[in-house]
Design a protein around this ligand. Sequence first.
Ligand code: URA
Length: 252
Amino acid sequence: MDYHAARAALEWQMELGADEPIGDLPVNRYEVAAEVPKPAAVVEPVAAAEADPVEVARQAAAAATGLESLAEIQSAYEHCEIRKGARNFVFADGNPEARVMILGEAPGRDEDREGRPFVGRAGQLLDRMFSAIGLARTAHHADEALYITNVMPWRPPQNRDPEPDEIAMMLPFVTRHVEFVNPDILVLMGNTPCAAALGKRGILRLRGHWTEAFGRPAMPMTHPAYLLRNPAAKREAWADLLEIKARLKGMP
Ligand code: URA
């Protein structure tokens, strides 16, 4: 039977309702498996050895020479599964000279579409919150500026929380990112950045208490998405913003 005849016969079967090809004779799969030679990748130990994703990330991040090169290197990192489902790589926004750097969780739908962090409803609230203490991502002067990034540069499927191993893979990039921006104060916006920078979760307990992350003062705050769902928590967030403002003023 040639190709066309075989295809026509198959299509005819499908029209009759066949949805599974079954052979005329039974096949003993155990015997077949025993005869199949092992693929080269299994026999070859070097090919089988999986690189440690965190070590790969560490070496890649160490090779970055500045923010632009970090973005290029991180966007090419292939070990994070989340990358596959994302539309865009979301690196950062704002002024890299800023004294205050915000570390968020991960892009949502709007950020994934635009390729910029915090542009959805939560991002608009974040802009309003910080503008109330005189800081904006669009400001040119370092004293009035904000720099914004996330732990994850790709949107997780269905906005799920990133897994600990995914956070661990991104940590070398985040560390390098903070080194390059070198802010006076870091704001840890929500649980994921606290998990990444402090190794702890429990933002409702951590918020409002100064801590240290990446060798500099850090203030954990409740995420603006949480504030949208729990407006009563805005009062505490306001107190945290005033703390940041006071600390900036008191720093040389
Ligand atoms: N939430 C985040 O933590 N980051 C974003 O960029 C958007 C929403």
